[in-house]
Design a protein around this ligand. Structure first.
Ligand code: GDP
Ligand code: IMO
Ligand code: MG
Length: 424
């Protein structure tokens, strides 16, 4: 059955937007399955660059229908802004976008609570988009869903109950000012008319298109190591970017999935707090950041950079079941005399057998590196895998071997055409 999951295999920002956009040419549907406007997926078409936060990266192919699944948390204001932006750029959204009636809404108080918590010792460096508090309400069974926008009385009743409780927390725990219930009710009731035409039972829609033999891409946001269950907890997001999240986040069965495409950079980055065993706090790290333009697509924060971590990637391959590996940003390593790859971890002189997800162990890890000869010829202009310099191919072959996943595609620049499939 033809669902291809495309997910981030590291700590996010691996280039999922580019890869989904490129592969969407062959797809009928692209469906986002989790996260919210914390994501920033960049798509470069010619000299134009678009950053999508909520809309799936299939928007740039007119024949693609795009779905926002039940697992996504939606900030209606951010969504409307994004739709308007694309429409202004001449990209038709109306008639091509479907939003799950079961997706939860991000409310202004979620963002407020996210920002307040980040000012305490519980800080983890979130994007401040209200993601954690929105998922808390979902799992508390207190969330407000897209479907609630369609019934004014239900929306007003649920909002009043929620805001009463949030006001207690805001004023009594955090000493913040009260939220104005009526203003929020009016604001969100207005989304009703704007959003109505997009709302449907997207799980049923996906069942029907799959039954008709159509091709579906499930697009993940963030990355496996930010997964709330499998990532470097508590320095994670509040959803499941791993492959299992695609089934719960879209309402599709695991038997519908034919491929899990894991996207990883040829090195490592992370934005926000939490362990990165291969982080380079030196001139090499700065060089990676500058050459890779490693600044967040959502918050503009500088990304922390380090060498490729094959131990973490082996773990990611295992928990996601990565059947095809995509390596992006190989061009960023152009010109290095030496390129390194972490192929093992040691703690207190002992070699670890697998990636530890507890942060106390991760903080003590000593990465063991293998060194590779760098390449001096830029790879951005390569039009076929065979054209890559010998040293780059040696690096990629070792990378796939240590990762334990078959290398399928190599990206050597942000544009669609800067993509090299491996010879089959
Ligand atoms: P995403 O969140 O996984 O979609 O990734 P982001 O969009 O946050 O960050 C990836 C950045 O790398 C974007 O600016 C892309 O345009 C860019 N990019 C993607 N692939 C490549 C590549 O192969 N080489 C270079 N130099 N840039 C790339
Ligand atoms: P894309 O889809 C990189 C990080 C934040 C923070 C942690 C929790 O573009 O790859 P949150 O706001 O989700 O509660 O923050 O997760 N984070 C991302 N890092 N790429 C992303 O998305 C991210 N979305 C969240 O920096 O460390
Ligand atoms: Mg991103």
């Amino acid at each position: 059955m033809p669902v291809q999951i495309i997910l981030g295999a590291q700590w996010g920002d691996e280039g999922k937007g580019k890869v989904v956009d490129m592969l969407a040419e062959q797809a009928d549907v692209v469906a986002r399955y989790q996260g919210g406007a914390n994501a920033g997926h960049t798509v470069c078409i010619g000299d134009k660059q678009y950053v999508l936060h909520l809309l799936p990266s299939g928007m740039f192919h007119e024949s693609c229908t795009c779905v926002i699944g039940n697992g996504v948390v939606i900030d209606p204001a951010a969504l409307m802004g994004e739709i308007a932006q694309l429409e202004a750029a001449g990209i038709r959204v109306k008639g091509r976008l479907l939003i799950s009636h079961n997706a939860h809404l991000i409310m202004p108080y979620h963002k407020q609570l996210d920002v307040i918590r980040e000012q305490t010792s519980a800080r983890i460096g979130t994007t401040g988009r209200g993601i954690g508090p929105a998922y808390i309400d979902k799992f508390m069974r207190a969330g407000i869903r897209i479907v609630d926008l369609l019934d004014r009385d239900t929306l007003a009743r649920k909002l009043k109950a929620n805001i009463e409780e949030k006001n207690q927390i805001l004023t009594k725990v955090h000493g913040a000012t009260k939220i104005d219930v009526d203003a929020i009710i009016t604001e969100y009731q207005e989304f009703d008319q704007k959003i109505d035409e997009y709302i449907t039972d997207t799980s049923l829609y996906l069942f029907q298109v799959l039954r008709d033999g159509k091709r579906v891409i499930a697009e993940g946001a963030q990355g496996a190591l930010l997964d709330v269950d499998h990532g470097t907890y508590p320095f994670v997001t509040s959803s499941n970017p791993t492959s299992g999240g695609a089934c719960t986040g879209l309402g599709i069965p695991p038997t519908a999935v034919s491929e899990v495409i894991g996207v990883a950079k040829a090195y490592c980055t992370r934005v926000g707090d939490g362990p990165v065993p291969t982080e380079l706090n030196d001139a090499t790290g700065t060089r990676l950041r500058e050459a890779g333009h490693e600044f967040g697509a959502t918050t503009g924060r500088p990304r922390r950079c380090g060498w490729y971590d094959a131990v973490a990637m082996q773990y990611s391959t295992r928990i996601n079941g990565i059947s095809r590996l995509v390596v992006t940003k190989l061009d960023v390593l152009d010109g290095f005399d030496e390129v390194r790859m972490c192929t093992g971890y040691e703690v207190a002189g002992k070699r670890l057998r697998s990636f530890p997800t507890d942060v106390r162990t991760l903080d003590q890890v000593r990465p063991l590196y293998e060194s590779f000869e760098g390449w001096k010829t830029p790879v951005t202009g390569a039009t076929a895998y065979e054209e890559l310099p010998r040293q780059a191919k040696t690096y990629l072959t070792a990378l796939a071997r240590y990762t334990g996943a078959p290398l399928w595609l190599v990206s050597v620049g942000p544009r669609r055409d800067q993509s090299l499939f491996l010879p089959s």
